[in-house]
Design a protein around this ligand. Structure first.
Ligand SMILES: *Cc1c(COP(=O)(O)O)cnc(C)c1O
Length: 392
């Protein structure tokens, strides 16, 4: 597809549909395959040569099958960058991005507000392979300079953090990282490439937990990492060497979800802001953590760097015992209690930050994260107001 000059919204409808194997349908079929058959040995040799030269040609079920290639093409159209790999989950994408940037003896600077399981990748597996991690304050900005060591080879950002929603000064941090020759990884799951262009702000590798907004229906686990040209060879090789793949059915669902992602995100955004604004004046709510609210400490940076907001934010409650928080979340009728987010339906999740953060310990009251789905926001507000009464 000739995508020059088209907006991301238009690309979502058209990119990734040009694969030669399409039988003429709008969407590519789900092809379940391990073996790809060749007409002749000359054909096989030719395809192998093109594969080795990094052409997108299918050689085996794990490599460049049309659906997977289409998903990766569309991911690059949305996020920017050079090429993408498909992973079986967002967490696998977090881990593979780190492994693509680091080797034994290196040091990584990891944002303290990062998605929890990514901490375990650092504290357990990377540590075992001789890679050291330092957690940093998400609000550190250019001050990250003082944490850089001669062996710092990666600075990892997640902006805004998906529990506490601090907006990072991305360009300032990326500038310092690059001056020291370190790779910049961004987990862009919250904003997606629709609302934040990571590569334009200095990212080298971008993670997308496509389980969330790209999937959009709480029925698929999938991830992607997009690299710029510099980091593409090491990303491609580590994903390939670890045998990373996703099922064609899951790729199909994610690709299908992405076609409507822009429309869904606009509703998630509008309803999220409406509900966050309403909750900000509720007597049981101490603070709303949502960077699109002008009162939020991250609002200025969000306005400078982002073009929109997701439907995921948090409320800090006035000090309340856990049993009361339980009574609140369990009384909600339209908000399911469960992990993950980005689907069409609303979810609620109390965060347990006291046991997680190390560089910047959480000193506030109980935090409850809300994923605002596609329901009518008036119904969601009524449900939340009824639930908040349970706090006494
Ligand atoms: C959910 C999430 C992940 C992990 O995605 P899974 O597909 O659930 O493994 C990674 N990063 C962020 C910010 C997330 O919210």
């Amino acid at each position: 597809m000739k995508s020059k000059g088209l907006t991301t919204r238009t690309k979502l409808a058209h990119a990734g549909r040009s694969a030669k194997k399409s039988p003429g349908t709008v969407n590519l079929p789900v092809a379940r395959a391990s073996t790809v058959l060749f007409e002749s040995l000359a054909d096989l040799d030719d395809i192998q040569k093109r594969f080795d030269a990094d052409e997108v040609v299918p050689t085996y079920g794990i490599a460049n099958m049309p659906l997977r290639a289409a998903f990766e093409e569309l991911m690059v159209e949305i996020e920017g960058g050079y090429r993408a790999v498909t992973l079986p989950s967002g967490l696998a994408a977090n881990a593979v991005a780190l492994l693509a940037a680091l080797k034994t003896g290196d040091h990584v600077l990891m944002v303290d507000s990062v998605y929890g399981p990514a901490r375990r990748v650092c504290d357990r597996t990377l540590k075992r392979y001789g890679i050291e991690t330092t957690y940093y304050d998400p609000l550190i900005g250019a001050g990250i300079e003082r944490l850089m060591k001669p062996n710092t080879k990666c600075v990892y950002l997640e902006s805004p953090g998906s529990h506490t929603f601090e907006v990072q000064d991305f360009p300032a941090i990326a500038k310092v990282a690059h001056a020291h020759g370190a790779a910049v990884i961004h987990d862009n799951t919250w904003a997606t490439g629709l609302f934040f262009k990571s590569f334009e702000h200095g990212a080298d590798l971008v993670v997308q937990a496509a389980t969330k907004y790209p999937g959009g229906h709480s029925d698929v686990l999938i991830g992607a990492v997009v690299a710029n040209e510099k980091y593409w060879p090491s990303l491609r090789d580590v994903a390939r060497d670890l045998g990373q793949n996703a099922s064609p059915d899951d790729i199909f669902l994610a690709l299908r979800g992405m076609r409507t992602m822009e429309v869904r995100l606009r509703t998630h955004q509008a309803s999220g802001i409406e509900i966050a604004t309403k909750l900000a004046s509720h007597p049981k709510v101490k603070r709303v953590l949502h960077p699109a609210l002008p009162s939020d400490p991250g609002h200025v940076l969000w306005k400078r760097d982002f073009t929109g907001a997701a439907g995921l934010f948090a409320i800090e409650l006035v000090d309340t015992p856990r049993e009361k928080v339980a009574a609140f979340v369990e009384s909600l009728e339209l908000f399911g209690l469960g992990f993950s987010w980005g689907g069409f339906e609303s979810l609620v999740m109390p965060s347990n930050l006291r046991s997680i953060r190390t560089a910047t310990p959480w000193k506030g009251g109980p935090l409850v994260r809300l994923q605002i789905g596609l329901e009518d926001p008036a119904d969601l507000i009524a449900d939340l107001e009824r639930g908040l009464e349970k706090l006494g």
